[in-house]
Design a protein around this ligand. Structure first.
Ligand code: SRM
Ligand code: SF4
Length: 576
């Protein structure tokens, strides 16, 4: 018999995710908690990390690593009130490193929370009527829906489904409330239902993380094909009449291991709005039973589907549903980015329409700097009230539900604090980088701290080619795990070692096709040298309306990746 992965044993012995976390929090002699408990802590929405900028120095001085904790919020649909914004902002200053980090899955992270503050931070988050359970771990995580719920009736329906799936698939263990909230039922959710058991997950939970998103065409802002489970709204006269269901997407891979690869999701079928939550449950339970519990790196749903085939997977889901899924219905996606700037509610009576400002937040980091007081500006906008906030799946922020009268006030506040509404280029508007150093334990190279200046260099090349305002999707990650979905960007950088990246090209602008490796282990200078002639050719030779990712494939610069299992094939590396 194949040996079970270590995490399976940890989960099994955890007494439904309790382990020794509570005990570990009481040990004041260390800033850390026990290694096995760090695995369980993820299910509660937190990772133990250390400041990698000072790791070497502390090791030299024989000091313990500078441990602290990252906390990720569960925020299905991504929306919050102005009052909640103020509470989250207070927490950032009181308990974390003074910043709020908007993530690529439309929620918030705090960094730098020390162990002695962990419980108080969790309680403060709950006091804002938000929780962190299942934000990480081997369960269905935060469910994203197309930004944003105030845009139209269909977007509201998408948010509604996101919340319903998130609630339905929440772990039922009382561990979260017991450890963090002294068992007080601060918010009512399925998470504190009694008696305690895990009817959907069982005591082993899932073999690996599981991610669900809801898309509303023509926008593919949630990158539906990157997720384990996706719903694509099928609309009739602006209302959702059903959902196409996708399964088996994912980004993570390991350098040099071709049995790991990013994969775009397959179409599973079509379901009615009434069936949607049940479909989620059945997809999750098939993965629970069929997923690989021995080899963690092959445990995601995408590998289960590669192994058994989509037809067998669909048949099992249908068997458990007790009905057949319909044939997928037609839809069209046009882009994965956010439309930066103001736009109005799409439907309803003219008099009821509100304004919504999508603000580009560089790599999702909300902070004050010497030149731009973004955190202060957003705080003052929240204090003035009369708005809602929505985090997008591109690490941006929507200031929503603004009246025409209130618009100039918001613009003035942003301007006063040096926050620009327009971005410096189409490339920056479509740029995302993962966190990476100094907090991410898995980072091989910089990402959030490097991409902005690389984009500045690339903007010079774009300027010379007359392409400054063209939308080109660029994403960077500090390692191949793919947290900024780099294999679905037209230009993708993936960290290999300090200062060195693999360069991927050729993903589709609408998020439907993966990219292909173009150059290996390249530094800033080499990246610019490689991209300059391609950008110049694109400016001269592109067809009308042709996007960069499609051009590089048509021009033969890279071969198209047609499925995850040929991501590693047909690679012709550029000479550097
Ligand atoms: Fe991620 C692990 C940050 C979205 C694939 N991810 C991590 C950890 C927790 C590192 C760790 O395990 O120690 C990172 C914490 C860094 C830090 O200091 O904050 C981390 N991931 C992030 C975030 C914050 C990136 C960002 O800059 O916004 C995103 C948080 C999303 C959220 O709110 O839930 C984030 N991660 C993603 C995505 C994008 C997505 O889901 O759309 C992916 C690719 C899609 C996918 O899951 O396949 C992603 N993260 C991973 C993986 C690889 C999983 C795999 O199947 O191989 C890991 C490593 C792992 O799980 O072992 C990982
Ligand atoms: Fe860390 Fe890698 Fe994810 Fe970036 S892609 S946050 S480096 S795990």
């Amino acid at each position: 018999m194949t040996e079970r992965a270590k995490n399976e044993i940890i989960k099994e012995n955890s007494r439904l995710l309790r382990g020794g976390i509570a005990d570990g929090l009481s040990h004041v002699e260390t800033g850390a908690i026990d290694e096995d408990d760090t695995q369980l802590l993820k299910f509660h929405g937190s990772y133990m990390q250390d400041d990698r900028d000072v790791r070497a120095e502390r090791t030299k001085k024989k000091l313990e690593k500078a441990f602290s904790f990252m906390i990720r919020l569960r925020l299905p649909g991504g929306a919050l009130t102005a009052d909640q914004w103020l509470k989250l902002d207070d927490i950032a200053v009181t308990f974390a490193n003074g910043t709020l980090r908007l993530t690529t899955r439309a929620t918030f992270q705090y960094h730098g929370v020390i162990k002695s503050n962990l419980r108080r931070t969790m309680q403060a988050i709950n006091a804002a009527c938000i929780d962190t359970i299942a934000a990480c771990g081997d369960v269905n995580r935060n469910v994203m829906s197309a930004s944003h719920p105030f845009l139209s009736k269909a977007h509201k329906q998408a948010e509604h489904l996101a919340k319903a799936v998130s609630d339905h698939l929440l772990p039922r263990t009382g561990a979260y409330h017991e450890i963090w909230l002294d068992d007080e039922k601060v918010i009512e959710s399925a998470g504190n239902a009694q008696p305690e058991s895990e009817p959907i997950y069982g005591t082993l939970y899932l073999p690996r993380k599981f991610k669900t998103v809801i898309a509303v065409p023509p926008d593919n802002d949630v990158d539906v094909y990157a997720h384990d489970l996706g719903y694509i709204a099928i609309l009739d006269a602006g209302e959702v009449v059903g959902w196409n269901v996708t399964v088996g997407g994912g980004m993570g891979m390991t350098h040099g291991e071709t049995d790991t690869f990013p994969r775009t999701a397959d179409m599973l079928g079509y379901c009615t709005p009434d069936q949607a939550v049940d479909v989620a449950e059945k997809v999750v339970t098939v993965q629970r039973d069929w997923g690989n519990r021995s080899v963690r790196k092959n445990a995601r749903l995408k590998y289960t589907i590669e192994r058994v085939g989509i037809d067998a997977f669909r048949a099992e889901v249908e068997k458990r549903l007790g009905t057949k899924l319909g044939d997928p219905r037609p839809f069209t996606f046009t882009s994965t980015g956010d439309p930066i700037g103001w736009r109005q509610t799409l439907d309803g009576k003219a008099a009821d329409k509100k304004w919504h400002l999508t603000l580009y937040i560089e790599n999702g980091r909300v902070k004050d700097t010497a030149t731009m007081k973004l955190r202060t500006a957003l705080r003052q906008i929240a204090e003035a009230g009369g708005v809602d906030f929505v985090v997008t799946s591109n690490q941006n922020l929507v200031i929503a539900n603004v009246t025409a009268k209130h618009k100039p006030k918001i613009e003035a506040l942003l301007e006063k604090h040096g926050v620009m509404i327009a971005t410096s280029s189409g490339l920056r508007r479509n740029a995302m980088a993962c966190v990476a150093l100094p907090t991410c334990a898995l980072a091989l190279a910089e990402s959030e701290r490097f991409l902005p200046s690389l984009v500045t260099d690339l903007e010079e090349i774009l300027d010379a080619a007359g392409l400054r305002d063209d939308d080109i999707v660029v994403r960077m990650t500090g390692c191949p795990n793919g947290c900024a979905r780099p294999y679905l960007s037209e230009i993708g950088f993936v960290g290999r070692a300090p200062g060195l990246y693999n360069l991927y090209l050729g993903a589709a602008f609408d998020g439907s096709r993966l990219s292909k490796l173009y150059a290996q282990d390249v530094n800033r200078e080499q990246i610019l040298k490689l991209l300059e002639p391609i950008i110049k050719r694109y400016a001269k030779e592109r067809d009308a309306g042709e996007h960069f990712g499609n051009f590089v494939v048509r021009a033969g610069i890279v071969k198209a990746t047609t499925a995850g299992n040929n991501f590693h094939e047909n690679i012709v590396l550029a000479k550097v």
